[in-house]
Design a protein around this ligand. Sequence first.
Ligand SMILES: Cc1cc2nc3c(=O)[nH]c(=O)nc-3n(C[C@H](O)[C@H](O)[C@H](O)COP(=O)(O)OP(=O)(O)OC[C@H]3O[C@@H](n4cnc5c(N)ncnc54)[C@H](O)[C@@H]3O)c2cc1C
Length: 312
Amino acid sequence: MDDLLAIGAAALRKAALNESAKEYILKDRTLFPILKRAADRYIAGETLAEAVEKVAVQNRNGYKCSLEFMGESTKTEAEAVEATNEFLRICQTIRSLGLNSTVSLDLSHIGLAISNDLGLHHLDMICKEAAQSGTEVIVSAEGTERTDAILETYQRIAKKRDNISITLQAYLHRTKDDFQHIIKNKGRVRIVKGAFETEKGLSVPRGSQLNDAYLGFVDQLLSGKHPCSIATHDAFIQQEAKKLVDHYQPQAGLYEFESLYGIQNERLAQLKAEGYATKLYFVYGKEWYLYVCNRIAEFPLNVFLALQDVIV
Ligand SMILES: Cc1cc2nc3c(=O)[nH]c(=O)nc-3n(C[C@H](O)[C@H](O)[C@H](O)COP(=O)(O)OP(=O)(O)OC[C@H]3O[C@@H](n4cnc5c(N)ncnc54)[C@H](O)[C@@H]3O)c2cc1C
């Protein structure tokens, strides 16, 4: 059974990367609404207005939130400008509605894949807009071919703005060194395990060595009173991190347990009920195909949830 699910998940990952399959499905009047039903479990909607409604509801339920307009690896300057304008609209909406939400983004979505200067310029514009309401902007981690450019861009903006945060991937061997440079800045560090395939030798697979590395970073952040986000759906890591939070007693705002919307949210609800700071990460936009295929594929039992969403 496990083998079958793994084969299904691998096929889904392949389908996610197949451009013609994607175009066919998204244009097909029968297939599109079926897949969209499975997608609705993971995305906040296709528009900012839909996403904002969900954020407002979850704020009222006691969650801090994060909002991302989905996309990555933008190829033209015009598209990068368009994406940047959408992030500026997110910042303005958070301010005008008084939402308790941060902004998350992939630098390659706003121009880094075209040139480092363009990514830097657009990130600076977004941070400046977000700063008007004290809103935090969190830069995501991407594939290893971009790690240097992302960290350098972060360092440059962090020198002049204090509302910028960064994501580090615990599975990369290099993160041990990067971490020491990054924590010289004041910005929040979001620790994730890491989602991308890497070349052999660059990363640690899922398992106890990775868990130790992950919790080691969380320990250093909490003990150093450095703002951090514990971004995971892993019950073991959440339980161990809880012990660290209980031990170091960080002040409000210095830590948060963060999960992606639609994934193991019962665990996040439990943490909230126990009094821990929690955050829900919402994505929205029309580019949901790759995101959703990856969310289903990374946990093969989700194939059944997708079938249920499509059929019921
Ligand atoms: C807020 C947030 C931001 C992130 N930002 C980035 C980023 O910038 N760069 C990056 O590389 N990665 C990012 N990730 C993804 C991260 O790297 C992991 O790939 C992802 O969180 C899955 O790893 P895990 O820690 O949940 O542990 P895993 O070892 O992958 O999973 C542990 C357990 O969590 C549960 N689980 C995990 N995934 C799913 C799923 N899809 N559906 C149902 N249950 C699941 C299962 O119970 C599983 O056994 C982010 C994750 C979060 C939560």
